[in-house]
Design a protein around this ligand. Sequence first.
Ligand code: MN
Length: 492
Amino acid sequence: MDEGLQTLLDAFPEASQADRALIAKAYEFARTAHEGQMRESGVPYFDHLVETAKNLIQLGADVQTIAAGLLHDSIEDAATTPEKIRQEFGDEILFLVEGVTKLGKLKYQGLKRHIDTLRKLFVATAADNRVILIKLADRLHNLRTIDALPREKQIRIAEESLQIYAPIAHRLGIGQLKGELEDAAFKTVDPEGYRRTLELRELKEAETMQELEGFTVAVTTALSNAGIEVVSTDSRLKHLYSLHKKLKKNNMDIESVYDIAAVRLLVKSVEDCYLALGIIHASWTPLPGRIKDYIAIPKTNGYQSLHTTVFTGDGAIVEVQIRTKDMHTTAERGVASHALYKEKTTLRQAKKIDELRTLIDMPKIASHVWLKELAEAGADTHEEAYLHEIKTDFFNDRILVFTPKGEAIDLPVGATPIDFAYSIHTDLGNMASGARVNGKFVALSTELMHGDIVLIETSKDGRPSAKWLQWVKTNEARRKIRLTLEITESDR
Ligand code: MN
């Protein structure tokens, strides 16, 4: 059998005959469709499709997504008709291929002029995460083979990857992919900065890796003496682009970057994670302020792990990440590992992909509140305002705050108790008279912090005030306040 096809099939040893046949059929279809076509580098175009499919396997994609990955350029670049794909592969795969094709038509022209692209991307992502997964796998291969392109095109693709695709990968929780996209783009956008960062990291690498090895052995021994089984360990070096950003923040002082290398310990249970942390702290002094419990309070993209940074005792400082295997899979593959991603998009939803408004009642994105907010923002605000929403809601981080009962509420950084109240219920927002954060009374304009516990005090005849509009960060709160103010206004 063909070697490329064998590699793809090997990734699905458990797959049914029908699924294996589907991959084989998409493979042959793509080869025929792109027959005679070459990439700008001179290699057969078909290589790009096999590599995209391989990237998708790394991301844990399902069989349908792999098939669609093989077919993703067949409409755009090989003049295959959508009807033909429907006949051969059915509606679901056609939906995925068309989704990717639509994204491909959007060209980056600077962030400001890119509102439309972003909007369509969000729509596609919200409609079916698999579309964006294929686009990310496609983009990664294009970045890896970018040298063959004219310089101007290289810059456009790299900028677009840094501004749009890497943040989306981060948002979807695919940490590894985010790092790879960023590093490949960084090399193109700022070759000098890339070279310097690489040099700095290499200088530290030999020394650091040796220290890590000794430390890992010592930790594993300490843990197994205490009866905790370490399932596996590995160590990783920080990706270059994030190292570069950190160095810029720290006056280029590499000695101040403590997480340039990290040791990862996989253990069997959540309980073992906490026990392991305790045992490590008993033997190695932790650096104050760097102990993070992302198990109890996951990052907003779903990432879970315990982090600590310790003095190894021989002059080095090392970050240690402790997690279970499940948490590790989520960290590497993000949405692809979640049930959400495996849900099938119904055709009714698929047909509506261009109608932004309909996104609002798609039940599936309820768990991706931020996407829903963006879709709504795009539907009823001016473009400038929309761009602003994107910048605050998408590119900056989100925070998770809690109700007194422990329900997590996802809000943008800078959100206030008013945003919190409106995100729970319109009435709660309208009647808010005060707030307690972590038990203390605070002004309604107070900026909430990740992990805060928020209680809203209400008064029966409370009503929103126009100045609240200056305090809120979410579009939802802003809209509800305006609406209530208008109604009260016309009552007079
Ligand atoms: Mn492509």
